[in-house]
Design a protein around this ligand. Structure first.
Ligand code: ATP
Length: 257
């Protein structure tokens, strides 16, 4: 489904700030499965997502999605196939546009459009029904600017927008990290309902070890740009995962199955 082979990325090469993030990194992700990427701060998780979505360029290697090499595609072109929800609530939505306009834009993903012809009456029912499925009352706030929504409402909207045209791959980059624990759980439940219903292959970054175990099937732990653990989530406990976060253990860990 997603195949990454010999990926390389170094920031500021040839300067005193040079930072090698990935050196011949390879990873294969199976279809219709939710996989969590864990790892300590700075190990390269978001960089990996940025390389997949095309928001940064790699220094070599191949990224294949559904048998198609996407390395040469721009970020805009890749966005037709790849949905992304990040921690930053202003990403993925247009805060000064209202809910209806944001949803209409999501429906136009991959198409050229003018703002004047953005909102189409024939899409209204579809949009309202999709919002109703979230069960957050957003269907009653169609003309509310997105910047006035709560963090949880905004992240749910962002999730809906990135999946309304079913993507081949969904990238969730700590998308519940800025939310309080109760809302975070609510959004995770909605996320899993949605990806199961639509059968969307998902890669999720989180620091919430409980969420990793509860919501994903496969857990991959990165350390310094390398996979140090690759395991079925049923085969590990939260306590064991917590132990692996200890630097000394991560350094010596190589449990790649
Ligand atoms: N666009 C960039 N330009 C320069 N350096 C970058 C860029 N993006 C990331 N880095 C650096 O690469 C390293 C890995 O960053 P990355 O954001 O991938 O880590 P992470 O594993 O997602 O960390 P966290 O858990 O803290 O979000 C960091 O040292 C970061 O400063």
């Amino acid at each position: 489904m997603l195949k990454i082979e010999n990926l390389n990325k170094t920031f500021y090469p040839g300067t005193p700030e040079e930072q090698k993030i990935f050196n011949n990194f390879s990873l294969e992700i199976e279809k219709n499965v939710c996989t969590t990427i864990l790892g300590p701060n700075g190990c390269g998780k978001s960089t990996l997502f940025n390389l997949i979505s095309g928001s940064i360029e790699s220094d070599g290697g191949t990224i294949t999605l559904k048998e198609k090499n996407i390395e040469k595609l721009s970020e805009e072109k890749r966005a037709i196939y790849i949905g992304k929800v990040s921690q930053d609530p202003s990403m993925g939505v247009s805060p000064s546009l209202n809910i209806l306009e944001n949803m209409s834009m999501a429906l136009k993903k991959g198409e050229k459009f003018t703002f004047k012809k953005l909102v189409k009456n024939e899409n209204l029912n579809f949009i309202v029904n999709k919002l109703k499925e979230l069960d957050l009352g957003l269907e009653d706030k169609l003309t509310t600017q997105v910047k006035f929504l709560s963090g949880g409402q905004r992240q749910s909207l962002s999730l809906l927008m990135s999946t309304i045209k079913r993507p081949d791959l969904l990238l969730l980059d700590e998308h519940t990290a800025a939310l309080d624990p109760k809302t975070s759980k609510l959004i995770m439940d909605k996320t899993v309902d949605l990806i199961n219903k639509e059968k969307i292959t998902t890669l999720m970054i989180t620091h919430n070890l409980r969420h990793a175990i509860e919501y994903s099937k496969r857990i991959i732990m990165l350390n310094k740009g390398e996979i140090v653990l690759d395991i079925n989530s049923k085969e590990i406990t939260e306590e064991e995962l917590t132990k692996f976060y200890n630097d000394n253990i991560l350094e010596s860990l190589k449990l790649v199955s």
